[in-house]
Design a binder for this molecule. Structure first.
Ligand SMILES: [Zn+2]
Length: 467
């Protein structure tokens, strides 16, 4: 008998954790950190609703922390099996998990300094060493649909999900999971990219399965028709006329590479002048290397640019900075230039040093290309605050503030339906997860309406038998 338990990524987009069990073998799909509201984040600290020592293997769909950030904690609590994921995801995790460990340490330090803790002293959820211990368990596989044996009675095939580089749909086959000794096949969408997204391939056609789980981040929203190319071209042209800097806060993994790809395209189409582009984030530079390395993940357009011996992620006049000194030297640069730096919501990182110079400059431009969560410095500026606190200083916001719509790594509900159309059979049940409650419900309704399938919206800690 087989079953699935929903231990995260339900009722919320964070904390993805789904436990499959069959014939006494336990496999965890994704191992994400809860983020956002305090009640959610507290779950990271509670004992997990399963024993980490009893988990036989973990499957990771993609590198984002809301799918992977609990892994070092799981290892700290005694998990010692293999972690199966695509090669590109494994490479990204080598960058992201140690960084997450450092952030956890910094947060614990902050709590201790400010006396914000009832625990004396406050400990991090995990540290950089725990993250490195988790990396040792990584077992990279190809993202090409070929089934691999992951543990007794469990096979898994990974296919491109088109969300970020390395992102996978995963089909898990549990052998002898039914009374007549038949297997049960469960397909996980992971996070689905949208069609025609830059750099990565479109989501692979879903294979036949008994059960299917789909994400529903945009279950009640559509991306709209605005073209991010046109918007960005206009912003860059206006800023170039003012001969002043353009600062683009961008998440180091995924968004930075998309921006570079787009600026290169605009330059080649002569829709913008060639400006110096500075990528000032060591993590972004490392992530760009991972993006360049895994050709099996790239779409046809990317491949054809490579064929012409051009670099898809390099603009005409681009520099990256490795050291703090190199980063500081940028301060002496004058004139129009584009600075891409992390963090994407201006909550930390080198972008803050640039912001201190750019924000008060009325000729300069700040461009948002990603979601700004409530409470972040980025959100405050986007909401029109005229003064923000950065590294203990009040900085006036006099620069132009722009927002480019249309960047998203997620399929909207129409794209999810398009993806599901490729499914060759009717699944017994479709589960909609990875959405706020309204979005998950709306996605379920869209699927029922279009296909007439049985769809369920699972709840936190719900357990469902798979027959
Ligand atoms: Zn994701």
């Amino acid at each position: 008998m087989a079953k699935i338990s929903f231990y995260g990524g339900v009722g919320t987009v964070t904390g993805s954790k789904y436990l499959l069990e069959s014939n006494g073998v336990k496999v965890l799909i994704d191992c994400g950190l809860f983020q956002g509201f305090k009640e959610l984040r507290e779950r990271n600290w509670q004992d997990p609703p399963f024993n980490p020592r009893e988990i036989d293997a973990v499957i990771i769909t993609h590198a984002h922390i809301d799918h992977t950030g609990y892994l070092p904690r799981l290892v700290k609590l005694g998990f010692n099996g293999k972690v199966y994921t695509s090669s590109a995801t494994a490479d990204l995790l080598k960058i992201l998990l140690p960084d997450s460990g450092r952030l956890q340490e910094e947060e614990a330090d902050y709590r201790n300094r400010k006396g914000l803790t009832v625990h004396q002293p406050a400990l991090p959820l995990y540290d950089e060493d725990d993250a490195k211990a988790a990396l040792k368990l990584l077992s990279p596989v190809h993202n090409n649909g070929v089934a691999v044996e992951i543990c007794e009675g469990f096979k898994a095939s990974f296919m491109v999900a088109g969300h970020i580089i390395g992102a996978s749909l995963v089909l898990v086959e549990m052998e002898n999971a039914r009374e007549n000794n038949e297997s049960v096949k469960f397909l996980f969408s992971g996070d689905l990219g949208h069609y025609d997204q830059a750099i990565v391939k479109d989501p692979a056609t879903p294979p036949a399965c008994d059960y299917l789980m789909t994400e529903s981040t945009y279950g009640n929203r559509l991306h709209g028709e605005v073209s991010s190319d046109d918007q960005l071209a206009q912003i860059i042209n206006e800023a170039a006329r003012r001969n002043a800097p353009i600062l683009i806060p961008a998440f180091a993994v995924g968004r930075t590479q998309e921006i570079l790809y787009l600026i290169r395209e605009l330059e080649e189409a002569k829709r913008i002048p060639i400006l110096p582009v500075i990528v000032d984030s060591p993590m972004a530079a490392q992530a760009t290397q991972v993006y360049s390395r895994w050709n099996e993940e790239h779409d046809d357009e990317y491949a054809s640019i490579l064929m012409q011996k051009r670099h898809p992620l390099r603009t005409h006049s681009m520099m990256t900075t490795a050291t703090r000194e190199e980063s500081k030297r940028l301060n002496d640069m004058k004139g129009a230039r584009i600075i891409v730096s992390a963090s994407g919501m201006m909550t930390g990182g080198r972008v803050l040093h640039h912001a201190m110079r750019v924000l008060p400059d009325e000729n300069a431009t700040l461009v948002f290309v990603g979601y700004q969560a409530a409470g972040t410095t980025g959100r405050r500026i986007q909401d029109g605050e005229r003064e923000v606190r950065i590294m203990k200083n009040w900085i006036p916001v006099r620069c132009h503030v722009e927002k480019v719509e249309g960047f998203s790594a997620h399929a909207d509900w129409k794209a999810v339906l398009r993806w599901l159309e490729g499914l060759p059979n009717t699944p017994k049940t479709v589960f909609t997860t990875h959405g706020e409650p309204d979005a998950a419900e709306a996605m379920a309704e869209h699927i029922r309406e279009r296909f007439g399938w049985n769809v369920a919206v699972p709840q936190y800690e719900q357990i469902v038998e798979l027959k």
